[in-house]
Unconditional design. Structure first.
Length: 310
């Protein structure tokens, strides 16, 4: 008989607990919830609002994690990871999310993936409807291959000896934050009001100070021009137990876009990790990924109560 207890997340002690749980229950297409790097990348970055971390909750079957409910950014988006065999917890997880997580500015949503059937049923039972859906592309190593060479005039940089300031400048420009001013005059904005371009930049900068415990920087790809300026960056979390190449983030400086650099960076990931047994590599929702060979889709369903869907 299951003897389920609950436990609130503690940042100093539970990062490994989350990682081990998420890698243990991982299935492609996030059928049991997000992959482990999703949470760790956020929690070790400066852009994430950590004020509400104490609301994140585990459901425990003795010392085994059965479920985890948490926020990322923004804190009004709530995520669910659920171990198969514990589907009866879905109703309680949805109820907890609804009653404990903040509703800021009239905004709160449940983010449930298309394969999370028990959670979908529980959300519908409580009056939630899909307000919108977005898709991230997924590369299946068994279906296709990436074969885009690095253009002339550019070269790869050893990620373990990279200059962190040059890398931060690359992501600042690569995510269009230069629209807010030059890199030299940057300031870390409020994570709840800033735009997404800051997320990857701050993540890269903060991770050079306090590396995430499961980061695999040796598989990052950095591309420089002949002047040794970094112009393209692709981060990589290699999760061997899941055969997952979790790419996060990917950016190219504006003046170097449409030259094939991002495709070459992903090809470098493909060539390195295929031999290690990778089966899937994550991407984004941009059509760029589909053009270069990504075919499969991860469906993110965003749920709200009918009266919150205005």
């Amino acid at each position: 008989m299951k003897n389920i207890t609950t436990k609130q997340f503690q940042i100093l002690t539970d990062i490994n607990l989350v990682w081990d749980f998420m890698t243990d229950v991982y299935k492609p297409y996030f059928a049991n919830g997000v992959a482990a790097p999703f949470f760790e990348y956020a929690i070790t970055s400066t852009w994430m609002n950590k004020e509400y971390l104490h609301l994140d909750r585990f459901w425990m079957d003795k010392d085994r994690v059965a479920a985890f409910v948490f926020t990322e950014s923004s804190v009004t988006s709530i995520f669910f990871n659920l171990r198969p065999g514990y589907e009866e917890l879905a109703d309680e997880m949805i109820a907890y999310a609804e009653s404990h997580f903040p509703e800021i500015g009239g905004k709160r949503e449940l983010v449930i993936f298309s394969g999370q059937k028990a959670l979908i049923q529980a959300a519908e039972k409580r009056g939630y409807q899909v307000s919108y859906e977005n898709v991230d592309l997924l590369f299946d190593f068994k279906k296709s291959e990436l074969n885009y060479d690095l253009p002339k005039g550019f070269h790869f940089v050893d990620p373990l000896s990279a200059d962190p300031l040059k890398l931060a400048r690359c992501t600042w420009n690569g995510f269009n934050a230069e629209e807010l001013g030059p890199f030299e005059n940057w300031d870390i904005p409020n994570p709840e009001t800033s735009r997404n371009p800051h997320k990857a930049y701050q993540g890269v900068l903060s991770s050079t100070i306090a590396p995430p415990p499961h980061a695999t920087y040796e598989y990052n790809v950095i591309i420089a021009n002949e002047a040794e300026d970094y112009v393209c960056f692709s981060g990589m979390w290699w999760v061997p137990g899941n055969r997952l190449a979790y790419m996060e983030p990917l950016c190219t400086a504006p003046e170097y876009r449409n030259k094939g650099l991002a495709a070459a960076a992903l090809t470098q990931h493909y060539r390195r990790l295929k031999g290690l047994g990778a089966e899937y590599m994550t991407g984004g929702g941009n059509d760029f990924y589909r053009r270069i060979g990504y075919e499969d889709e991860i469906h993110w369903l965003h749920w709200k109560k009918e009266n919150d869907m205005g």
